[in-house]
Design a protein around this ligand. Structure first.
Ligand SMILES: Nc1ncnc2c1ncn2[C@@H]1O[C@H](COP(=O)(O)OP(=O)(O)O)[C@@H](O)[C@H]1O
Ligand SMILES: [Mg+2]
Length: 261
């Protein structure tokens, strides 16, 4: 689905992404791992249109999408999750979902020339969709809670829920598990797998927790110093000398520590 070819993103003389080439297959849950500073987040930002590449190309289903702005990628079904912005904290979880521009209901909602009846219908449909998403995420009991008052892990689920308000094809997740307790991390993993199986979402997931990666991701791509270093199942990359070497540079002493990293 996604093909990244010889991608570069430099910051001055520093090459955060330095000739990365990789592919994300349709229907996969692809893991992206690597030591801190490897360029993973920068790569995501370039693919998702938040940063211009210095050079190189990104294609989606054969179409060149290099450098397209986020809203155009959004309409093509390429999404990355963002933290719920502070100004949305006082809105309820349901309202947060209803705010997502859907290309269908959301945008026409505010057109003053649309009849009142039509607006009411649109809003009802949007509300029903939001409730369906909350139920899928098993957080329907939080529908009327302010988004600022739910736990960190529940916020992650809500962020994932926003991708369900549109017809996403591929979703990029950057460290969804950070600071989330084990139980919610399992719920997030289950949700990703269900979205993949039941709704045909393709995922690319950056995560430090190797249990999480091992449980849901195949293949796993290892990035180091701005480029792809290895790819395979988690077991394969854990046994790869170049991968161990890359993590050794971060102070880890052996395979077991790499496995825990
Ligand atoms: N806006 C920026 N300006 C300068 N350097 C940056 C910027 N963004 C990231 N970097 C640098 O690029 C490198 C890769 O960062 P990042 O993509 O966040 O790595 P990762 O997500 O793999 O930890 C880091 O050394 C970081 O300091
Ligand atoms: Mg990062």
């Amino acid at each position: 689905m996604i093909k990244v070819d010889n991608l570069h993103r430099h910051f001055g003389a520093f090459r955060a992404v330095d000739g990365a080439s990789l592919e994300i297959a349709t229907g996969s849950i692809t893991g992206l791992v690597g030591p801190n500073g490897a360029g993973k987040t920068t790569l995501f930002n370039v693919i998702a249109g938040a940063l211009e590449p210095t050079s190189g190309t990104v294609t989606m289903d054969g179409e060149d999408i290099t450098g397209l702005p986020p809203h155009e990628l959004f309409h093509k079904g390429l999404l990355r999750t963002f933290q719920i912005a502070h100004e949305f904290h006082s809105m309820t979880c349901r309202e947060n979902l209803m705010m997502v521009p859907g290309g269908q209901s959301g945008e026409t909602l505010w057109n003053t020339w649309v009849g009142r009846k039509r607006i009411a219908e649109e809003e009802r449909a949007l509300r029903a969709k939001a409730d369906e998403v909350l139920e899928f995420l098993t957080i329907e009991h939080l529908a009327d809670h302010p988004a600022g008052a739910i736990s960190g892990g529940q916020k992650k689920l809500l962020e994932l829920g926003r991708t369900m308000m549109v017809d996403a094809k591929i979703v990029f997740l950057d460290e969804v598990g950070a600071g989330v307790n084990r139980t919610l991390l399992n719920t997030i993993a289950d949700t990703i797998v269900r979205l993949n199986k039941e709704r045909d979402y393709t995922f690319c997931v950056i995560e430090h927790d190797m249990d999480f990666i091992g449980r849901i991701c195949d293949p796993v791509i290892v990035m180091a110093e701005g480029k792809k270093l290895a790819e395979g199942t988690l077991d394969e990359i854990k046994a790869n000398d170049a991968v161990i070497e890359a993590y050794l540079g971060t102070g880890l002493k052996n395979k077991d520590q790499v496995a825990q990293a």
